[in-house]
Write a protein of this length. Structure first.
Length: 211
């Protein structure tokens, strides 16, 4: 069994130089394809139509919040997660959780949710490049593991939300669907770089289509 993933992630999070983990991102034109909606309406719908409908509803709600410039908070996530899971009873987990076949443990201390809220707040820090902030917020969801279920789906919504607040949408999100580990600073940097690449690629394709 691994060490406590949230504690490990907090240490790794402080080690990464997020300011240099990704290049500055151009704000793209509207993408040729809405990558997040296409992912939900394609691969996800193929596996589970009801899940796809719930995710599209959560995406719509999150984009409305982004349009208002609302900061990321646990309460905001609760609203999305109700739609993701199709339930009115959503609350932060009340004990340890496990994933990756039990190899990753998500512990719970009196400070876990205070630390989680502080990390979410940093998603709006202008001193960190947008792509790095989006990747970091994705990993915050992955490794704090705030809910008993649905955290991977929520992580993707959160990444997209951080971009959406800045007027950025990706035209593909499939490359983001890979396993991440709390004790991997190089992997965190790689994710930030990948988000940067996806933003630049979206921008290039949108610009080409507009010409």
């Amino acid at each position: 069994m691994s060490d406590d993933a949230p504690a490990t992630w907090r240490r790794v999070r402080e080690q990464v130089d997020w300011s240099s983990a990704a290049t500055a991102a151009p704000v793209p034109l509207l993408p040729v394809v809405d990558g997040l909606a296409a992912w939900f309406d394609g691969p996800v719908r193929h596996r589970d139509p009801d899940r796809a409908d719930r995710l599209i509803a959560a995406m719509t709600l999150s984009r409305a919040a982004a349009g208002r410039g609302e900061p990321l908070t646990p309460a905001l996530l609760d609203d999305w997660q109700k739609l993701v899971l199709g339930t009115l009873d959503v609350r932060l987990r009340q004990g340890d959780a496990f994933a990756k076949g039990g190899r990753e443990r998500y512990g719970l201390t009196p400070h876990t949710w205070r630390d989680f809220a502080a990390c979410l707040h940093q998603s709006g820090a202008p001193s960190v490049p947008l792509s790095a902030r989006a990747a970091r917020a994705y990993l915050d969801i992955a490794f704090f593991h705030p809910y008993p279920d649905g955290n991977a789906r929520l992580a993707l919504l959160v990444l997209a939300y951080v971009l959406e607040v800045e007027g950025v949408r990706l035209d593909e999100v499939g490359p983001l669907q890979t396993t991440r580990y709390a004790d991997d600073p190089a992997g965190a940097v790689d994710l930030a770089a990948l988000v940067s690449v996806l933003i630049h690629t979206t921008h290039r394709r949108a610009t080409a289509a507009a010409q």
